[in-house]
Design a protein around this ligand. Structure first.
Ligand SMILES: NC(=O)c1ccc[n+]([C@@H]2O[C@H](COP(=O)([O-])OP(=O)(O)OC[C@H]3O[C@@H](n4cnc5c(N)ncnc54)[C@H](O)[C@@H]3O)[C@@H](O)[C@H]2O)c1
Length: 337
């Protein structure tokens, strides 16, 4: 298959390497020409130490040339750049191309998921003429770049496109499952990052595994309740894109959301914590949308709310913990579930 990856960040680069070694014809494009020039020179990536970029990957700055003749176009830029990237590619797309998104997030003002943003930007009369597939799951780029076993979910309303992406991305190291609950898969991918921030904050405060397990479980309960109100399927939340991704994000040293939370819990100001992490911290970008969705669907999301209080309203992590622990006692399972 001829594939172009848009975005030469950590994830885009790890995927480009994996797909190339699996025998596909891969082009990697970046909006930052200096990034491509550096990778051409070093065949390496600054955030993936030890990884060697195979010679077979074509590195390109020219967007039109990168997209021409490709069968799959993968959006691998951070969520804040997905709309802009979709607008840039619009003029160059060709009939029959499948679009895949691997970015995780929700746009704060529209509340669109990443695939919805792409469909919105590319819409013509009668809707978006390209099938869009969201790829999401417990997948750290650092591990994929070292051929460590990984699973992921390909979610699309177009079963044929999902099956194609499933086949192309599956290899001896990666196993892909399909799921038709696109909204549920994308909601999990965006909101688990907020819970991972909370898990990191708890660790930074010196709390242990009990607190982390509680945050993961109660955090997923918040996300599931919201998702069900939005019409998503319950199994998605206990699946790879749900609990699977939340576990890996809240437990792994590779998770930048977890690491950013840890710094904040240790007393570092949120802005400085993001600077120290040095890569996109999607959980912080997802907070505004999570709060708006909670309001709109009338769902209590106390963990999301307290993380937002810490990041955006100057509440200390200790105060947030006191608020969570002091909430009225209740049943674990909501009456309406
Ligand atoms: N890193 C992972 O392990 C991983 C795994 C699964 C999903 N994701 C998701 O993939 C997305 C990308 O993550 P990442 O880890 O590669 O992030 P990253 O911080 O490594 O990405 C930075 C890259 O974004 C691109 N970029 C920078 N400015 C841009 C601009 N103005 N316009 C377009 N592109 C620009 C550049 O190629 C840059 O290298 C995120 O939504 C993330 O949640 C990441």
């Amino acid at each position: 298959m001829r594939i172009v990856i848009l975005g030469a960040g950590t994830w885009g680069t790890a995927l480009a390497r994996m797909l190339c070694l699996a025998g596909h014809d891969v082009t990697l494009w970046s909006a930052l020409p200096e990034e491509i020039r550096e990778m051409r020179r070093t065949r390496a990536h600054r955030n993936l130490p030890g990884m060697v970029l195979p010679e077979g990957i074509c590195l390109m700055e020219d967007l039109a040339g990168a997209i021409r003749g490709r069968e799959i176009v993968v959006f691998a830029v951070p969520s804040v750049y997905v709309r802009g990237t979709a607008a840039r590619v619009k003029a160059h797309l060709e009939p029959g191309q499948i679009l895949a998104d691997v970015a995780k997030g929700i746009e704060p003002d529209t509340l669109y998921t990443m695939s919805e943003i792409i469909e919105d930007v590319l819409a013509e009369e009668g809707g978006c003429p390209y099938p869009v597939v969201a790829l999401s799951g417990p997948t750290h780029a650092e591990e994929v770049a070292q051929d460590m076993l990984t699973t992921i979910v390909a979610a699309s309303r177009d079963p044929q496109a999902a099956a194609t992406v499933q086949r192309v991305f599956s290899n001896e190291f990666m196993r892909v499952y399909t799921n038709s609950d696109v909204k549920g898969v994308e909601l999990c991918g965006a909101l688990k990052n907020v819970v991972a921030l909370a898990a990191g904050i708890s660790r930074g405060l010196g709390y242990g595994d009990n607190a982390r397990a509680a945050l993961i479980t109660r955090g997923m309960s918040e996300i599931t309740t919201l998702g069900l109100r939005m019409g998503c399927r319950e199994q998605t939340f206990s699946g790879l894109a749900g609990f699977g991704d939340l576990m890996v994000t809240a437990f792994s040293e590779h998770s930048r959301n977890n690491r950013c939370g840890y710094l904040i819990g240790s007393g570092v100001e949120p802005e400085e914590a993001v600077r120290q992490v040095g890569m996109v911290v999607e959980g912080i970008h997802a907070l505004a949308a999570a709060r708006t969705l909670a309001d709109r669907y009338q769902v209590e999301m106390p963990i999301v709310e307290e993380v937002d209080q810490i990041i955006h309203h100057g509440i200390s992590a200790q105060e947030a913990v006191a608020t969570l622990m002091g909430r009225a006692l209740k049943s674990e399972i909501p009456a309406n579930r």
